[in-house]
Design a binder for this molecule. Structure first.
Ligand SMILES: [Zn+2]
Length: 367
């Protein structure tokens, strides 16, 4: 059984430098017995939790190229063959975090190889940051010119593993017409995993000449980062002192949420879309609403709104949609959002509140 052996790894394309790769780079691996290698694993740091594996097609005994998937972190690599051979771990490869996706909101011509006779294509993607269950979602637009296309396919590729998670087959239309498809961050009834995704269009002419908008592993073109929640307070804010935290003492009970201090009137949005379960007034909570988070087990609770939310019980709202404004209604000391997260089965329905600060801090970091 061939045991591949690596002598040198350098960054070949889309690198930070020759010695420093980043997600989306292509590495050149030089060694011996490489012809049967079909997978490369980035071992990262200690433990297997951060391992990522990509499939490769070996070119020769002595060299092969491997792309760096988006989840890969600095560490050694190991090569595996189809018959179970495995190389020793290499010296660590330096891998920087990925660059943010390149905005391509307007249609732009696709560079790169195109078979003779294939249509010319232009593509565009409406945003580089998208949220699960938001409206509008992320829109991919494209236009074909030159040859007419007999077959069109749009794939949504998860940049972490290069797997197409969703496929559309748009109807053929007259050349030069712009077509669009939209995605809301869901795969069937499930929310897609957060992370980097790319749209990839394949168009073939009647005689089979094919063109693609992106090569596999391209995490820049028509790419966007998908997040599962947006920060609910859309203006200057802070998380207050110790008394604002979950579990802080209150007369007769403990604080069941996290306060987010902001000016009265600051716009407030649904961190996650869903159905409004309650919209009421309470002497302590003031104007409040409870949203059953779509595709989650969680209830999202927003209190002390300056006015009743314009939405009513039973209404459907989407991630990022304005649901009211920060206020000090009810028993509130200063203007703030009192925010709670409740586990299943839900708010005062058998669920339990838990500390929402780690979630809020994460959402705040990207939105
Ligand atoms: Zn509070």
């Amino acid at each position: 059984m061939a045991t591949p052996k690596v002598s040198k790894v350098t960054c070949l394309r889309r690198c930070a430098t020759r010695q420093r790769a980043r997600a989306g780079s292509v590495l050149k691996i030089v060694g011996t017995e490489l012809a049967a290698v079909n997978a490369v694993t980035y071992l990262g740091s200690y433990g297997s939790g951060d391992n990522t594996t990509v499939k490769v097609r070996a070119g020769s005994e002595h060299r092969l190229n491997a792309r760096v998937p988006i989840g890969a972190v600095t560490g050694p690599m190991s090569l595996a063959t189809s018959s179970g051979g495995r190389s020793a771990a290499t010296k660590p490869v330096l891998i920087l975090p990925p660059l943010p996706p390149e905005p391509n909101a307007e249609l732009s011509p696709v560079p790169g190889p195109r078979m003779n006779g294939a249509p010319r294509i232009e593509t565009g993607t409406s945003r580089t940051k998208a949220f699960v269950d938001a409206r509008p979602g992320v829109t991919f637009s494209f236009r074909l010119s030159g040859a007419s296309a007999a077959a069109l396919k749009v794939e949504l590729v998860n940049a972490t593993d290069g797997v197409a998670v969703k496929t559309w087959t748009p109807q053929e239309v007259a050349p030069d017409q712009v077509q669009s498809i939209s995605w809301n961050g869901r795969l069937g009834r499930m929310a897609a995993k957060p992370g980097r995704y790319s749209f990839r269009l394949t168009a073939a002419s009647a005689d089979g000449a094919e063109v693609r908008s992106a090569q596999s592993g391209d995490i820049d073109r028509d790419s966007f980062d998908l997040y599962d929640n947006i920060f609910p307070v859309r203006g200057r804010h802070d998380f207050g002192g110790a008394g604002a935290h979950f579990g802080a003492g209150r007369a007769g009970h403990t604080h069941q949420g996290q306060d987010v201090m902001a000016k009265c009137g600051t716009r407030m949005v649904a961190a996650r879309g869903g159905r409004i379960e309650f919209k009421q007034y309470h002497a302590a909570a003031g104007h409040y609403i409870v949203i059953d988070g779509d595709g989650t087990d969680l209830d999202y609770v927003y209190m002390h709104l300056d006015q009743p939310s314009p939405f009513g019980e039973g209404d459907r709202v989407y991630t990022g949609q304005t649901i009211g404004a920060v206020g000090d209604s009810g028993n509130a000391q200063g203007c703030h959002l009192h925010f709670e997260l409740w586990s299943a089965p839900g708010w005062y329905d058998g669920g339990k509140p838990f500390d929402p600060l780690p979630s809020l801090t994460a959402w705040d970091s990207w939105s």
